[in-house]
Design a binder for this molecule. Sequence first.
Ligand code: ATP
Length: 472
Amino acid sequence: DHNKFQAIISHCKEYGFVFPSSEIYDGLSAVYDYGQYGAELKKNIRDYWWKSMTQMHENIVGIDAAIFMHPTTWKASGHVDGFSDPMIDNKDSKKRYRVDHLIEAHAETLPEAESDALLQQMNALLAADDLAGLKKLIEDNKIKCTVSGTVNWTDVRQFNLMFSTQLGSVTDEASEIYLRPETAQGIFVNFLNVQKTGRMKIPFGIAQIGKAFRNEIVARQFIFRMREFEQMEMQFFIRPGSQEEWYAYWKQERMKWHLSLGTDAAKYRFKDHEKLAFYADAAVDIEYDFPIGFKEVEGIHSRTDHDLGRHQEFSKKKMQYFDPEINQNYTPYVIETSIGLDRMFLLTVCNAYEEQDLSTPEKQDSRVVLKFPAKLAPIKLAIFPLTKRDGLPEIARELMDQCKSSFYCYYEEKDTIGKRYRRQDAIGTPFCVTIDHQTKEDNTVTIRYRDNMEQERIPLSQVREKVLAAIL
Ligand code: ATP
């Protein structure tokens, strides 16, 4: 549902969630800024992941590694040689396309059987790195990227997705460094530091949240695919031979995390990878039913001892663990869970977004509401004095002072109460409280619930507890 997706993008901008980067200069492709409510929502998702992965798992600790790493890291990880996508250019428009995206987009316009056959051919060619074959596939299928005209394609070439820059002022090759394309390597290179200083016993995990950078060629679909984004990753180090058991465990555990946010289970599915990296044992994506279709939000990968093994080879440092239970030294195996924070943000907004028709025979009416889980909502409680007079703002301010150190509150005294409610619906505030003249008499307030728009009178003294109970 393309229209719904466009409406969500507009809503994100209009209500201060996501802006195009440097918009006054017409933006920067596939780079975005988070606004006042977006930054809060993103922080709340980040905190929820961090707490459930570290605090709630006694054998997982979190680190915060630098974005810049020694350049050899990326040789060892395989990114210098292998982190590339096949691209093709349209000679006339000078536009560049990722071959898989181009073919997939074309496949979507075909009947199912033809589409499946085309995708199968594509996957086989991609797996074989057959660039000439890919070009032929594009030409044979007369794949176009514009509505009309034939296309004059270049050959298919591999483009590395890493951004590079110079360390210091010398511009020799040795000073070339990369912006990390994933956070995982910061964990692998710190494996021994953390294991020793934290006295960690296998099985244990290291978690990390941070920026990653990829020079995505086809940058589209809003914050689904960005050039600068944030990842939340966890590497779980295990005894060789136990990978099947731990892979199954993390698959379930991560799906549980997603469902713990109250999302309908039918909106999620597992999708096994069709082609595995040569070192991988197993890999699966968790996909969500976005308005643009089922798409990956998280990956769970069984990576064997590949990463630690490669770092051992390149650094000449032993990446081994002595397991006292079996009296043996070994290079641990790894199960990885990797989720994009921005993609989880997009999922959260898409899942929460609802356009409701509230018309009655007398009056046309509608609202847009973001039904965020209360613990993720940017603002938890909005506090409205009914009027600006009669001591009502003072009572409202007192409630504000009582609550604001515990959760994010919003004070508003302008406009009708109805309009104020609708503005909070649009940013997903689960609770609004109105202070009126009766409050002065009996210390009760009207609390209004976002999802069903119902209102009830409760003692002023219970507001804080009620919100706290909902967001824990
Ligand atoms: P894709 O196939 O979509 O390019 P990927 O399989 O390369 O993604 P991983 O390298 O496994 O992705 O990264 C793990 C997670 O990081 C993804 O599931 C996704 O949520 C997020 N991610 C990856 N690339 C981007 C990007 N360009 N923008 C936003 N999030 C991203």
